[in-house]
Design a protein around this ligand. Sequence first.
Ligand code: AMP
Ligand code: ZN
Ligand code: FE
Ligand code: FE
Length: 280
Amino acid sequence: MKTADLHTHTLYSDGTETPRRVVELAAEAGLSALAITDHDILDGCPEAAAAAAQRGLELIPGLEMSASDAGREVHVLGFFIDADCAPFQQLLADQRTRRVQRIHEMIQQLGQIGLAITPEEVFGHALGQGSVGRPHVAKALLKRGYVSTLKEAFDRYIGNGGPAYIPGSPLHPRTAIQGIREAGGIPVLAHPIYLKDDTLIDQLARDGLAGLEVYHSGHPPEAVQRYERIADRLGLLRTGGSDYHGASKEGVAIGARTIPYDLVEVLKQWKARHPSSSCA
Ligand code: AMP
Ligand code: ZN
Ligand code: FE
Ligand code: FE
């Protein structure tokens, strides 16, 4: 059976491998299709597409946008986005600028609780033109010896609600959904289990959400069944993937969660019925 992994990160955000390497790992794992979904950036997709063409694998350009609703972090995946859509690229650039600002705020907050790190130490772990995030801060803390694992950095300091936690993007998920649609993409709610509140899915469906990430490496079987039912009830497409981050997320390999390729066909059919509204 042909399979696909529609949730992976590369060096362009907080993964540790190049797009080319991620494609090679996907080919070795026997996948037919792969989506690269870096945080708030599309720039790793061309390299992945070139590598995929060489390996006979289908590359689906994608991303994972950070947003929040009433203080709750919401991640929206977007698939088959038109990277030439200027207003959408501007929205992503703004997201990344805010990420840089947030890193400075986190460094200040960490300093106040006695954990001195410099911006250079954090940005040194990120790609110059990439999307910087908390895992890069965690690496700086690890290198200084303040923590002994990346997970400990989140558990003790920078995880949601931690003493040096600074909220992520203030963008409303509705804005992310609309932006993805305007750029010809398919907006999908990522890993709904992390929301701990299924009523938000109903609201986002009213806001134009097209799909739900039913299958995810963090979803136990009973959650998968629940999200399958919710997707059916709301008429949402089903997607899924590993949320591979390389060495940034131990124990999650490429293809750790896959979906039947048939679901990729369904995504393409949806895309054909919904041409881009403003960037055609
Ligand atoms: P950011 O986009 O800067 O808010 O960082 C979010 C990323 O941090 C996620 O995509 C994960 O890669 C990572 N992350 C979040 N929570 C944890 C955790 N508890 N342990 C390890 N990594 C985490
Ligand atoms: Zn991440
Ligand atoms: Fe996420
Ligand atoms: Fe992710």
